[in-house]
Ligand binder design. Sequence first.
Ligand SMILES: O=C(O)CCC(=O)C(=O)O
Ligand SMILES: [Fe+2]
Length: 287
Amino acid sequence: MNKAMKLTAEQLEFWNDNGYLLLKNFYSSQDIENINALVDRLWKKRSKIASKHVIDIFVETANERRVYLADAPSSARRKPYKLNDLYLSEPEIRELIVGEKVAPILRELLEGFPMVCNSLNFEFGSQQEFHFDTFYMPSPTPNKMIASWIALEDTSSQNGPLQYYPGSHKIPPYLFSHGTTHAVPQEMPQFDQYINSELEKRNLKPEVLIANKGDLLIWHSQLFHGGSPILDKRKTRKSLVTHYFTNEDFPELDPPKVCQDGGYMDRDTQAVVHQPKFKNWLQRTFG
Ligand SMILES: O=C(O)CCC(=O)C(=O)O
Ligand SMILES: [Fe+2]
């Protein structure tokens, strides 16, 4: 393990107080350029590559759908999308998100062996409402999940920067009617009431992250965060988000290792239920 990359006492204290850690200039510009070039290549060659990459396109519009990248129209790249789980097939992504540079830090914060459970490549801001990641992927043991966010280009007030409430990880998690943090859509009005009163009681205020290419942000699974609105719709905000569980929570798994301090869940890609219209038409017409 590279001792020089481990966290200082001040960084750990900041993490405990705020629920996030910003590591400026963590990745080199070459590291980032390689990832941007990979995403470019995947888009350009999408009809020819064998890997089945799953992408959510036209996010937050009436046209939102999940398709294979090979079936995505070129126009989908000019609107917000989420390219899912590139880590499953791309070693360069694995090296960046759970390689020896970052894994010791994740391991220290998680107090467990970090295991990537998903990754998301964005080209635009997500504009995702404030949320806790434990709405979607609660870890079997509370607080044994963590997320990283890598700036693949600079962010500004115009391109939908990330925002979060420092200290919100100390709010007792809201439990939905089934007794866990996994969100129940019908119960969101009660959740909203709870969170608003907790934020007010603790006088917590949102902060917007203006980041530079190569910066790394790590957040606690209970940090309340989201993507702010994209004010200039033409402006991209390339980023890579990864969520991690711990191997200790999944003792039956022997995750492939990327380095001695981290690995990844080797699983199937998400299911693609809706086939693009054109493909349906081809199938109907030519069988
Ligand atoms: O990148 C963003 O704007 C937020 C993404 C996010 O919250 C997530 O993927 O969990
Ligand atoms: Fe999130």
